[in-house]
Design a protein around this ligand. Structure first.
Ligand SMILES: *Cc1c(COP(=O)(O)O)cnc(C)c1O
Length: 396
């Protein structure tokens, strides 16, 4: 069914992007085929030359992947979407397609650790220079602009401290610098935040997280204009081949159908949990954009339609007490993954951020007593009880 922007996001999530086959199936079909057949030599020639649109080869044209791409593009309000093998390959494809040796990138310092490694270890080898700045201080971004600045990069809210970047203000700045504003929208998804409407040029997704929502598959996506994403980034993906698997595309396509109700449920649970943690005597600080004491509470309120499923908190005492809280849980998953129906708990300093130098880690606020929770879909009562086991055992 061809749906357009006039439908609400909940409707697009369920129905956009898919054309029923002659079998008249109601649930989307999977097309696990590497190649496609042509009616004639002429048609083959026309498909290869691009004179005729249509399927050629599943590295770059597959109906299941295309359905996912069209659905996500409409949900984000973008013209084009390219599905990729992972969130990291979405980021890699974006920079490989848009940047060249000698270009400069300004990035928030509060980004996914592996993205930092990609910038510092790999893209640096090809002459890309990156300046890391504060997630929340727009003046730092402005001061970092150079004549060769090609892109601004950020994710908001950040992981694990949930700092919120002012996407609108940064888009004004990036436009004045003639640079792309690239936003990793993994934590909010289009249900809670639409970066293109706020002035961003390109959206990155790790579909592995909330888009799947049940921790089953690895995938990613890039969303933006026809010119930049539909041509440049698709061109790189087609040539280099970090393609989304057909089976995974089907999982993500079905994941999108329930995304809006899941995000709403994640937000409700995370809010209740954050408010409860905020009053617990063994907790020093809670980081959640839905709390009125969050430094960017007002901004999050206008930029997002919900505060999200991620929160973190500092346990009174040091690492020992943080680990006690984690190890006392019986139901929660001790894992660094996030965006799952299963609530996960992790100790960032020794897992997701262990490769960051201790001094830089402290400067970024990733203290040894910090615990991150990706709030899932279990009952709030049960999640609280599991966290209370450890917290209540600490004498404060
Ligand atoms: C997980 C994650 C990525 C990387 O995605 P993969 O699918 O694991 O490659 C990128 N950005 C953010 C914010 C993430 O949480």
């Amino acid at each position: 069914m061809k749906l357009d922007q006039n439908y609400d996001i909940e409707t697009l999530a369920v129905r956009a992007g898919y054309t029923q086959t002659a079998e008249q199936e109601n649930s989307e079909a999977i097309f696990p085929t590497s190649s496609f057949r042509y009616h004639s030599a002429q048609q083959a020639a026309d498909r290869f030359s691009g004179a005729e649109e249509g399927n050629v080869y599943s590295r770059f044209t597959n109906p299941t992947v295309r359905a996912f791409e069209e659905r996500l593009a409409l949900m984000e309000g973008g013209e084009a979407c390219v599905g990729t093998a992972s969130g990291m390959s979405a980021i890699l494809s974006t920079f490989m397609a848009l940047c060249e040796s000698g270009d400069h990138i300004i990035s928030s310092q509060s980004i996914f650790g592996t993205t930092k490694v990609l910038f510092n270890k790999y893209l640096a080898k090809f002459g890309l220079e990156v300046t890391f700045v504060s997630q929340t201080d727009v003046a730092e971004w402005q001061a970092a602009i150079q004549p060769n600045t090609k892109a601004f990069f950020l994710e908001s809210p950040s992981n694990p401290l949930t700092e919120v970047a002012d996407i609108k203000a940064l888009s004004v700045l990036s436009k004045s610098a003639n640079a792309y504003l690239i936003v990793d929208n993994c934590f909010c998804t289009p249900v809670l935040q639409r970066p293109l409407a706020l002035g961003a040029d390109i959206i990155i997704h790790s579909a592995t997280k909330f888009l799947d929502g049940q921790g089953r598959a690895i995938g990613g996506a890039v969303v933006g204009s026809n010119e930049v994403v539909g041509e440049e980034i698709r061109g790189f993906m087609r040539t280099a081949g970090p393609t989304m698997s057909t089976f995974n595309a089907w999982i993500f396509l079905k994941g999108l159908e329930t995304l809006s109700v899941r995000m709403e449920a994640h937000c409700i649970r995370a809010q209740a949990l954050a408010e409860w943690l905020d009053t617990h005597p063994a907790v020093e600080t809670v980081f959640y954009p839905g709390l009125t004491n969050h430094p960017q509470y007002e901004l999050a309120n206008v930029q997002q339609t919900g505060a999200g499923g991620l929160l973190s908190f500092r346990v009174k005492g040091g690492q020992e007490n943080a680990w006690k809280v984690i190890d006392a849980t019986e139901m929660l998953s001790i894992t660094a993954n996030l965006g799952d129906a299963k609530t996960s708990i992790t100790h960032p300093a020794t897992t997701t951020h262990c490769r960051v130098e201790p001094e830089a880690r402290l400067k970024a606020g990733i203290t040894d007593n910090l615990v991150r929770v990706s709030v899932g879909l279990e009952s709030v009562r049960d999640i609280k009880a599991d966290l209370a086991r450890g917290l209540d055992s600490l004498a404060f």
